[in-house]
Design a protein around this ligand. Sequence first.
Ligand code: AFD
Ligand code: MN
Ligand code: MN
Length: 430
Amino acid sequence: MSYRIPESLIGEANAKIAAAHDEDYEALGLRLKRSGVDIDAVAAKVAAFALAVPTWGVGTGGTRFARFPGPGEPRGIFDKLEDCATIHQLTRATPTCSPHFPWDKVSDYRELAERAKSLGVGFDAVNSNTFQDQPDQKLSYKFGSLSHSEKAVRDQAVAHNLECIEIGEKLASKALTVWIADGSNFPGQSNLNRVFDWYLESLAVITARLPASWRVFLEHKLCEPAFYSTVISDWGTSLTAAEALGPKAYCLVDLGHHAPNVNIEQIVARLIRAGRLAGFHFNDSKYGDDDLDTGSIDPFRLYRVFNELVDASARGAAGFDPAYMLDQSHNVTDPIESLMASAMEVQRAYAQALLIDRAALEAAQDANDVMLAHRIFKAGFVTDVSPILAEARRRGGGAIDPIPVYRTSKYRSHKAKERPAVARSSSGII
Ligand code: AFD
Ligand code: MN
Ligand code: MN
């Protein structure tokens, strides 16, 4: 029997800090009431907020220099599901996980779907992988995949994406996320227009094969591993592609995939306006696509992004239905702890953005009262909403304070015994 954290442990841990938590929640409730905010309504919204965990995130990540695996790492998708379920069990924020193929391939998807169901998790978008060569692969992706100069390579990459859709259907997924590493390292290496045409040709075939209820998420990235140009480099290229591909194609925003200092929230606003925002890969960064824990470097940026999302939802923006996911690499922490902390940071930004007095903000903007507008805007960010997040978790059956409960359970040592180390796949490297 594989170890799961007993519900009684969560109950006991909650009981110990319940009185202090109630006091904090009540005090914050009174404070918010003075500004006309109903704390229970905010807690209900936070409780209803869901985001997906990437299956590749529960293993220890690595850089091109080294990988330092921890004990009890998941050995395959079934182990990864257990870890994803544990993150959800304690945080009640991550009811789904997002699989990546071929990393998460199994012989029986019905068994996988049933296992997920019994663990209380579902599947979010499926991710294709044409940025690596697999041992049994006929043609190499060294010089590209969906935008390769040779049709045979493009066809192979298209076929892989179609297989991902087929698998995704068996897992009740509703979207395919496509990130390609295609691009060039030398000026002149490829024609910047022809590669985009080839990409569009390939994506048109994939998009045409999507089931009726599915969407395709195009994930852009400015650089890496192609350091001179990437084929889908930015939101402008992504939007151009989505518009060419029709109503099923949307643009996914990974927070790490932009030039330094770019105003990501403005990109988000524009994509919402175009009705093409697919959703997010949340992470944080200081220098590039660092894949650091969400909210660990720049929580204010995350808050600014959520301001746009709450604004769009309040306005009832047409076609606004973003998918939320974490996408980060854990090199020096226990991935389960990092993913729990990050899920809570996303909820924090959401709760804070819900506190903004939008009518007052609009009035200050219209009156060109800059300082007042800024103060109203920032009011949510400077509020400690931790009691709201804790209350949302508690109401959902989760832990008031998840990380101490996780540590007390010794989940990782249990898994270290159950999961003897194996020769690893590269799925921890992102
Ligand atoms: C890489 C990319 C991108 C993508 C992930 C999984 O930078 O973030 O989502 O791989 O395919 O990290
Ligand atoms: Mn990503
Ligand atoms: Mn990335």
